[in-house]
Write a protein that binds this ligand. Structure first.
Ligand code: DX5
Ligand code: ZN
Length: 220
């Protein structure tokens, strides 16, 4: 049985001078998760916001909204604790920078937070294979990270299928998330390839009926 499909709207596509309102809109639409993109201007060529913003959002939006924090940082080990303290319920970080990934995965869990590992489009599934038994989530980027509004990379579907197959073979139950260019059409293709957790920025905020968007993803 596949895990139930869930939508994680990305606040990156919200209005940055009014992020609390954008996050409340996500909660009001009935989305179970909120995806928060943290960029350092080094690992990716863009900047967003830090732990203080996350902490303030945590206080302003309903407690039921799950905070899925995606760290696009060269040194996630320096900042993970600050985001956990701010209210992150899942912290994911990339496999590409050189660091002790195993130690950071364990550390995040030791703080009572779920963990996740992220792969850029150019990184093969094999890179995360040794960690699959130690993660709560694998995030497959379906665009080069840094900016919202990019075109979905269909060539990532094979990577999703591969990771889903490994998950079954090993009897594991981590979530398989996709991020970048996801809408109701590309998301369905990802679902067919094994994804269960769908980040959508542009498509969600532009949707004429956001609650219907949330319900449709949940029906997959
Ligand atoms: C990209 C971010 C995404 C982004 C997706 O670097 O990780 O979470 O918000 O935006 P859309 O859905 O517009 O591609
Ligand atoms: Zn993201």
């Amino acid at each position: 049985m596949p895990l139930p499909a869930l939508l994680a709207p990305s606040i990156l596509a919200g209005q940055h001078t009014r992020l609390a309102e954008s996050a409340s809109l996500v909660a009001a639409a009935g989305a179970p998760w909120l995806h928060l993109d943290i960029m350092d201007g080094h690992f990716v060529p863009n900047l967003t916001f830090g732990p203080q913003m996350v902490a303030e959002l945590r206080r302003e939006v309903p407690a039921g909204l799950f905070f899925d924090v995606h760290l696009m940082l060269s040194e996630p080990q320096r900042y993970a604790d600050a985001f956990i303290k701010a209210g992150a319920q899942l912290v994911s970080f990339h496999i590409e920078p050189a660091l002790d990934h195993r130690a950071l995965l364990a550390h995040i869990r030791s703080q009572g937070c779920q963990n996740g590992l992220v792969l850029n489009p150019g990184t093969p599934a094999e890179a995360v294979e040794p960690f699959l038994g130690e993660v709560d989530l694998i995030l497959v980027m379906t665009v080069q990270p840094g900016f919202g509004g990019q075109a979905f990379r269909r060539d990532m579907l094979a990577k999703l299928s591969r990771l889903d197959a490994l998950r079954r073979e090993r009897g594991l139950s981590f979530r398989l998330e996709v991020d970048g260019g996801v809408d109701l059409a590309t998301g369905r293709e990802c679902r067919a390839a094994g994804a269960d957790t769908f980040v959508a920025g542009t498509a969600f905020f532009k949707a004429p009926d956001r609650p219907a968007f949330v319900r449709e993803v949940a029906s997959w």
